[in-house]
Design a protein. Structure first.
Length: 728
């Protein structure tokens, strides 16, 4: 306890000592504008209660200081010295089932930075050092320090009429002082790149990078070398009527992992797609809430709120055995995630071989562990073989404050001392395009692309490509027509995977007989084949019209007739869709919009327990009422009635901007749903205020309350925060 306080006291003295040193520089009269700073302070609180008798409270206080000192020594030489310091104090309290636990935690971040840059026409040389000290303490236990050191050097040279060259070297270390130690890593990165434009016609580029990751605790080293080359050509011929473009890209990547002690190791698994789904009250029977693609989950750049009953997942090229899922998490600032996260968040795991199927199978024995240093939640469960997996949020006391940034499914393997694992990927992409406009009213275009990759040591080859042809004609100044054909394919030698092809035909025509009237007719067919067998086909014919009846009133309407055939399930769905929409500017200060839609679906043969014909009606509307130059009042409602049930949503919002430096808004939204025997809904209230007192001082405050119900389950989440910032 005393040692912890002493360490934190030394850290604080270092922070304020550095701050004073930087502040003292600002008194130099000739360079008073070279020092810039920002101080931010905020406090936040969130309360969550559920009908199951659980209650969670989270409180955060945050203070941060950013100081930047930019000093030009000469026209070509300068340096930047900056310091960032941030302290966060958090308290979390969980109660339920007659028990209550309270966790107090605090963290102090100290991050000084030094950059030196030498620049002149043609070249730039820069080097820098970044230090990062993170002191954390939980429940007055021993303080844990995470130390990171990063040093880098960069050089770029761009001569005229010669290839440009860029070099980079960077090394960072990361270690904590836990007992036993949990992190001691070194990362080294080298990079060489060059670009050259050949005669204004072709662009050539090459990039080489090497990344070396050393885990000193696990005695494991990973080295990854990547080579990437590209060439592009673009030119016009025949008096600019013919455009030609071609691109070529080649890549080779090799990863070598060395293990110096026996044990187990996690090997990264290649995921085919990242997926997400909205709130779903029945995750094992979820045809009504399909998973949609979320590519950012695979790159770790996503920002998906893990709200109650929502889900994220991934797809594989072919069924594989999975027993572990890693989810990278983040909290809405200024909140931080407590080490006891698994006490307030519960996630279930489901799998299937076809996400379009109604039934998902739940994995058994799901257990979660959370690493607060890496903000990573690890889910382990009984080994499950499937192609698609989803992590379903059945409890979340944080509400929308909890977000997912990435997902992974590593594999675990047993290694002995001296084991070496090597993996490589090589491939390339070639594409070309032609566009020919012999006369002004006619344009023909053709595009083709081919991609091939090989993965070793599995010797898995993957090939994909597409080619398309389009013809655009304007036979009359009031008529536009376009025809498009596209064929794409993909295949792989991986066991269990099947070749797929997609073919689409589209024909559209647009007619504008009057300046205030336009119509569009579209015919389309899409076919999907798997292993050379036609699996599904869809045909659609749609007609749309838009008219400006008189100034201030616009009318839009559309009608579509469709047929979808599944040859695997021998099912056919014939649909009709009609939509009518009106937008009106009733007065200079009142505008309104209204819409009505009807959807008819006839399924042959009819699904078990359902009618062959299903009719869905939807009606909605909204207004924007400008009460004055400073106040806007916005409303919106939507009602949907279907054979499965009905839902009604309403939104109300007031915006007030009394001055150019202040703004306020309050909004209320409510949704009621009746789906069979399940009733649910949500209510949300949000308030926000901003006040920019002057160029240097800003104040803000936020408040939100939400209540979500589904059947007999309900949850209430209340959040409030206030912050102030000072610039100098």
């Amino acid at each position: 306890m005393s040692g912890s306080g002493t360490g934190r006291g030394h850290a604080l003295r270092r922070v304020f000592g550095a701050a004073v040193a930087l502040l003292s520089l600002s008194w130099v009269p000739a360079h008073g504008q070279e020092l810039h700073g920002l101080f931010t302070g905020s406090t936040s609180a969130t309360t969550s209660e559920s009908s199951q008798g659980t209650r969670a409270e989270f409180q955060n206080t945050r203070e941060a200081v950013d100081l930047n000192w930019n000093k030009p020594i000469s026209p070509t030489l300068g340096y930047r010295l900056s310091l960032r310091s941030e302290r966060v104090d958090s308290t979390s309290s969980l109660s339920g089932a007659g028990q209550q636990t309270t966790t107090d935690s605090s963290s102090l971040l100290v991050q000084p930075v030094l950059d030196v840059t030498l620049a002149s026409p043609g070249y730039t040389l820069s080097a820098g050092l970044r230090l990062r000290e993170l002191f954390t303490e939980e429940d007055k236990a021993e303080e844990v320090t995470l130390s990171e050191r990063t040093a880098f050097a960069r050089f770029s040279y761009s001569p005229e009429q010669l290839p440009s060259v860029a070099l980079m070297l960077e090394q960072s270390t990361s270690a904590d002082d836990r007992s036993p130690q949990t992190r001691d890593e070194t990362d080294t990165r080298y990079q060489l790149s060059s670009q050259y434009t050949l005669g204004g016609l072709a662009n050539l580029a090459y990039n080489f990078s090497r990344q070396v990751h050393e885990d000193h605790l696990e005695a494991r080293t990973q080295t990854q070398d990547t080579h990437t080359g590209s060439a592009g050509f673009a030119q016009k011929f025949l008096g600019d009527t013919l455009s030609v473009q071609a691109d070529l890209s080649l890549n080779y990547s090799k990863t070598l992992e060395e293990f110096f002690v026996p044990g187990t190791a996690e090997i990264g698994r290649t995921l085919a797609s990242g997926l997400r789904a909205g709130p779903d009250a029945s995750p094992a029977n979820s045809a009504d809430v399909p998973l949609v693609t979320e590519p950012a989950l695979l790159s770790g750049a996503a920002n998906v709120p893990l709200t109650l009953l929502s889900a994220i997942g991934f797809g594989l090229v072919a069924p594989e055995t999975v027993s572990e899922i890693e989810i990278s998490l983040a909290a809405e600032p200024p909140f931080v995630l407590p080490a006891t996260l698994t006490s307030s968040v519960t996630i279930r795991v489901f799998s299937t071989d076809d996400p379009t199927l109604v039934t998902w199978t739940e994995a058994a024995g799901v257990a979660g562990s959370f690493d607060p240093l890496q903000n990573r939640l690890t889910l382990t469960f009984a080994s499950t073989t499937a192609r698609f997996f989803k992590a379903y949020v059945s409890r979340n006391d944080f509400g929308a404050l909890l977000k997912a940034t990435g997902i992974a499914a590593p594999r675990t393997t047993t290694v002995v001392a001296g084991t070496t694992l090597s993996r490589s990927t090589s491939g390339g992409t070639v594409s070309a395009g032609l566009s020919y406009t012999p006369i002004q009213m006619l344009t023909a275009a053709y595009n083709v692309s081919l991609t091939q990759n090989t993965q070793d040591p599995e010797a898995i080859e993957s090939t994909s490509g597409s080619h398309s042809f389009s013809l655009t004609a304007r036979p009359h100044r009031l008529v536009n027509t376009a025809a498009t054909y596209q064929y794409s394919w993909s295949g792989t030698s991986q066991a269990g995977a099947q070749d797929t092809t997609q073919t689409s035909y589209t024909l559209s025509a647009g007619w504008t007989p009057l300046q205030t009237l336009s119509t569009t007719l579209t015919l389309a067919r899409n076919e999907s084949e798997v292993a050379g067998v036609l699996e599904s086909r869809s045909d659609t014919a749609s007609l749309g019209a838009a008219a400006k009846v008189f100034p201030g009133l616009n009318l839009d309407s559309s009608f579509a007739l469709s047929r979808a055939q599944s040859f695997t399930s021998e099912q056919e769905i014939v649909g009709q869709d009609a939509l009518f929409r009106a937008t009106a500017q009733i007065t200079p200060w009142i505008s309104t919009v209204g819409n009505y839609g009807i959807q008819i679906r006839e399924t042959t043969p009819a699904p078990a327990g359902s009618d062959a014909v299903a009719v869905t009606h939807s009606v909605g509307g909204g207004t924007v009422y400008t009460l004055s130059r400073l106040v806007n009042f916005t409303t919106r409602f939507d009602y949907v009635a279907s054979p499965d049930g009905s839902s009604l949503s309403q939104q109300y919002k007031v915006d007030w901007v009394p001055t150019s430096k202040t703004s306020f808004f309050v909004s209320y939204g409510t949704t009621q749903q009746h789906m069979g025997e399940i009733q649910g809904g949500s209510d949300t209230i949000t308030l926000n205020g901003r006040w920019s007192i002057n160029r240097a001082v800003d104040l803000s405050a936020d408040y939100s309350f939400s209540r979500t119900t589904s059947g007999t389950t309900s949850q209430e989440v209340q959040s409030m925060s206030a912050s102030a910032s000072l610039r100098f």
